[in-house]
Design a binder for this molecule. Structure first.
Ligand SMILES: Nc1ncnc2c1ncn2[C@@H]1O[C@H](COP(=O)(O)OP(=O)(O)OP(=O)(O)O)[C@@H](O)[C@H]1O
Length: 337
C-alpha cells in the first residue's frame, strides 16, 4: 500500500503538490485523475523518491522508498518520459535493469513475453513505435515482479488496441492482489479501468472515493419541462406526488423522470409544454465541473482566459444533482439557445 501524509512540493512560488493525504489500496486499480498541471507527475516522482518533498511524507508498505533495499522488487513504475537508450535493444535494456537490481536473468524473457515484445527483443529502441516503447516501459516496471505498480498516463498516444491491452493488463495485475496506481486526465478512460478514484486539482485533493460511488452520484438524469402555465403543471405533478425542482431560468426538472410519462401527464391536464427533454450528465462533464477551478490554462466560453479564483472544490462540490450540476446544465442550455 502507498500512503501519502500531508505531501507538499513547492517549486519557487509554485505549489505543485499541496498537503496531499490519501492511501492507494492493494487489489484494485486506483485512478489518479486531474487536469494538466494538477500535480500528478510530481506526486508520482515524490512517491519514487525522484524528488524531495517540501514537507509531508510517502510510505510504501510502511517504509520510505529510500529504505527499500531493492526497490524494483517493491514498486515498478512507468513514468511519462521513459528513459531508454535509443541504441540499446529491448533485451539489453531489461538485462541491464535486471542485473543492477539482482533480478534473475530469466525474468527478462518472461516480461518480454508478457508484454508481447519477444519477437522484437533484439531490435534497438530507436526504431520502436510509441506503443512498443510503452510496452517496453511496462516490461521494465514488471521486471522485479513488484507488489506495487505505478503508471503515469499509460494510454497517451496509443491506438485502441494498445489502450485495451493496457486496460486489461492493469485489471489483471490488480486482480492478482497488487496495488495499481494509474494517472490520467481522462475520466472516461478511468471509468472503464479504475475501481477507486483519487482526483486532484492545483495540487490539492478534490475527491477520494470508490469509482462506483462517483458513477452513482453523477449518473443522474432529469427531465426538463418548460411551460407557459407553470401553476397548472405544478398542480398536475403534485397530484401524482412527483417531486420537482425549480430551475433559475423558469424551467422545471424531474429527477429520474420518464419523458413519456411526464408528457402524457401534461397532455391529460391540458398543459402546453414548450420543452420536454431528457438531460444526462456524463462522467466527463462531472469531472470537468469538479476540476473547473483547478485547470491551469483554459479558455473561457468566449475564448478569453478565465480569471476566477481557484475554489476548494473538495468542500464545495455537490453531485450533478446539486447546485453545480444544474448551473452547468443551464449554461449548456443557454449555449444551445
Ligand atoms: N521541476 C519543476 N520546476 C518548476 N515547476 C514545476 C516542476 N515540475 C512541475 N512543475 C509545475 O508543477 C505543476 C504540476 O506539474 P505536474 O507535471 O506534476 O502536473 P500533471 O498533473 O502531471 O500535469 P500533466 O497532466 O500536464 O502532466 C505545474 O504547474 C508544473 O508547471
Amino acid at each position: 500500500m502507498i500512503e501519502l501524509h500531508g505531501l507538499t512540493k513547492r517549486y519557487g512560488d509554485k505549489l505543485a503538490v499541496d498537503g496531499l493525504t490519501f492511501q492507494v489500496p492493494r487489489g484494485v486499480v486506483t485512478g489518479f485523475l486531474g487536469p494538466n498541471g494538477a500535480g500528478k507527475s510530481t506526486t508520482m516522482r515524490l512517491i519514487l523518491d525522484l524528488d524531495r518533498p517540501t514537507s509531508g511524507k510517502v510510505t510504501i508498505d510502511a517504509k520510505g522508498y529510500g529504505h527499500l533495499s531493492e526497490p524494483l522488487k517493491y514498486i515498478g513504475a512507468l513514468l511519462e518520459a521513459q528513459a531508454v537508450h535509443p541504441g540499446r535493444t529491448a533485451y539489453n535494456h531489461l538485462l541491464w535493469l535486471a542485473q543492477s537490481n539482482r533480478i534473475p536473468i530469466k525474468r527478462v524473457d518472461e516480461v518480454l513475453a508478457l508484454v508481447g515484445l519477444t519477437e522484437v527483443a533484439g531490435k534497438r529502441a530507436r526504431g520502436f513505435s510509441l506503443g512498443m516503447r510503452q510496452r517496453l516501459g511496462i516490461a521494465s516496471a514488471l521486471l522485479g515482479d513488484p507488489e506495487i505498480l505505478m503508471f503515469d498516463e499509460p494510454v497517451n498516444g496509443l491506438d485502441p488496441e494498445g489502450i485495451l491491452w493496457i486496460r486489461n493488463l492493469m485489471k489483471r495485475l490488480a486482480g492478482e492482489g497488487r496495488t495499481v496506481f494509474v494517472s490520467s486526465h481522462l475520466m472516461s478512460e478511468m471509468a472503464l479501468t479504475a475501481e477507486h478514484l483519487v482526483v486532484i486539482g492545483r495540487g490539492r485533493l478534490l475527491a477520494d472515493l470508490p469509482m462506483a460511488e462517483f458513477i452513482r452520484r453523477n449518473s443522474r438524469s432529469a427531465v426538463r419541462l418548460r411551460t407557459p402555465h407553470p401553476e397548472q403543471l405544478l398542480d398536475a405533478l403534485a397530484r401524482q406526488s412527483i417531486p420537482v425542482e425549480h430551475g433559475a431560468d423558469g424551467c422545471f426538472e424531474v429527477v429520474n423522470g420518464d419523458p413519456a410519462v411526464l408528457g402524457d401527464l401534461a397532455a391529460s391536464h391540458g398543459v402546453t409544454l414548450h420543452e420536454l427533454s431528457l438531460q444526462r450528465a456524463s462522467l466527463e462533464e462531472a469531472f470537468m465541473q469538479m476540476t473547473a477551478d483547478s485547470v491551469e490554462y483554459h479558455a473561457g466560453i468566449d475564448g478569453e482566459p478565465r480569471t476566477d479564483a481557484a475554489g476548494a472544490w473538495g468542500t464545495q462540490w455537490q453531485p450533478a444533482g446539486g447546485r453545480g450540476g444544474r448551473k452547468q446544465r443551464q449554461e449548456q442550455q443557454k449555449g444551445a439557445n
